[in-house]
Design a protein around this ligand. Structure first.
Ligand SMILES: [Zn+2]
Length: 372
């Protein structure tokens, strides 16, 4: 019975693969006509198509499941969606390199190394909500920029025209994404007022641009207040005023995340999450701390969206807990790392982690475990 099922399964897969070959040849030539300068990342495109087909064909997935096997595309490296991932904390991009400033060259190197090591950019809101759509075998990484320095997003006035500074964070991420479309394009800018990005004439233009490109705006208070030192009324004013100012530029925009200035939590932690002032209210889905380690998977029972640790994307004074230390940690401890199964419907993890699953986080998803 099982053998017959599997034979049928292989037949279906074989015919699907033939169809895929035809489709992919057609789309490849179409794409190449459009832009023959850029080489296509064929392998990942093909993998994505294979996966989509498998997902559309739920029957096949169930059959493989019934046979007690993990679909072939999920086998190496083994998925672990109860593993840990990094939220990277950047501040200024510029010269010279310092504790809170990354040079454009080093930021490009960070992106390249993350990409080569199988990381893919996922937005903070998607990460926290567990809506993570990245290919099988890759790991999510979240980019967070604090303080809205000029080097995050800078316009250059050249010959009466306006150009985005190729050495600012936004331009670096966009050009990296153009060269490596499968890396993704996502980051949250935790801005404060009254002059985010330090070019007062271009605030509107920059915020519109960020939202249009799919970047997120996060709360970093109105005036970079230390919430650990303020009264409850002042805390709510600092947080609600940010929302009011952001919505003046971006009507209807929902700010869903907060990065605590100085990593300082209010004495009443609930005020970091919800509150109101002068008719404006705020409700954050996530609150980011300053240090110092990776975050648990959003499907893990240790996951606390209101206390998300971050990793300093720096190589100076990080005391062994900077980006490159954690990259090495995940190389040495691959079983700790969040690795996607490439399938939005399933949360896949080794059986030894079954007890760490937070059932209530699954929603419409289904958990599945393999022997490790
Ligand atoms: Zn700050």
């Amino acid at each position: 019975m099982k053998k017959k099922k599997m034979q049928g399964f292989y037949l279906i897969i074989a015919s699907l693969l033939m169809m895929l070959m035809i489709v992919s040849c057609q789309s490849q030539s179409a794409l190449q006509e459009e832009d023959n300068k850029k080489p296509l990342p064929q392998d990942s495109l093909q993998a994505e198509k294979d996966r989509d087909t498998l997902e559309e064909n739920n029957e096949e997935v169930e059959q493989v499941e019934a046979a007690g096997e993990i679909p072939p595309e999920l086998q190496e490296p083994q998925p672990n969606e109860l593993g840990e991932y990094m939220i990277l904390m950047y501040h200024e991009i510029g010269h010279p390199e310092s504790e809170w400033r990354r040079t454009p060259e080093n930021f490009r190197r960070d992106l390249q190394i993350l990409y080569e090591q199988g990381y893919r950019a996922v937005s903070l809101n998607d990460m926290v909500r567990g809506t993570i759509s990245i290919p099988a075998g890759t790991s999510p990484v979240v980019f967070a920029f604090d303080d809205a320095n000029k080097g995050n997003f800078n316009y250059l006035e050249i010959n009466g025209g306006l150009e985005i500074d190729p050495d600012c964070a936004v331009a670096i991420m966009e050009s990296f994404h153009e060269e490596n479309p499968d890396f993704g394009l996502a980051a949250t800018f935790f801005i404060y007022y009254p002059n985010p990005f330090r070019q007062s004439g271009y605030i509107q233009k920059k915020l519109d641009y960020l939202v249009e490109k799919g970047f997120e705006i996060g709360n970093h208070t109105y005036g970079h207040g230390n919430l650990g030192k303020l009264t409850p009324a002042e805390i709510q004013r600092e947080l609600a005023e940010h929302i009011r100012a952001t919505q003046e530029y971006l009507p209807g925009y929902e700010v869903k995340s907060l990065a605590l200035p100085y990593g300082a939590y209010p004495k009443d932690p609930e005020l970091a999450v919800q509150g109101s002032h002068g008719g404006t209210s705020y409700s954050h889905e996530s609150v980011l701390l300053v240090g110092f380690n990776p975050s648990p998977s959003p499907f893990q029972n240790r996951f606390d969206p209101y206390r998300l640790p971050r990793i300093r994307a720096s190589e100076m004074n990080t005391a062994g807990v900077g980006l490159y230390d954690w990259l090495e940690y995940f190389i040495q401890n691959p079983h700790k790392r969040y690795i996607s199964d490439g399938n939005d419907f399933y949360i896949t993890a080794p059986k030894s982690l079954e007890g760490t699953l937070d059932e209530s986080s699954l929603g419409d998803k289904k958990a599945r475990f393999y022997e490790d």
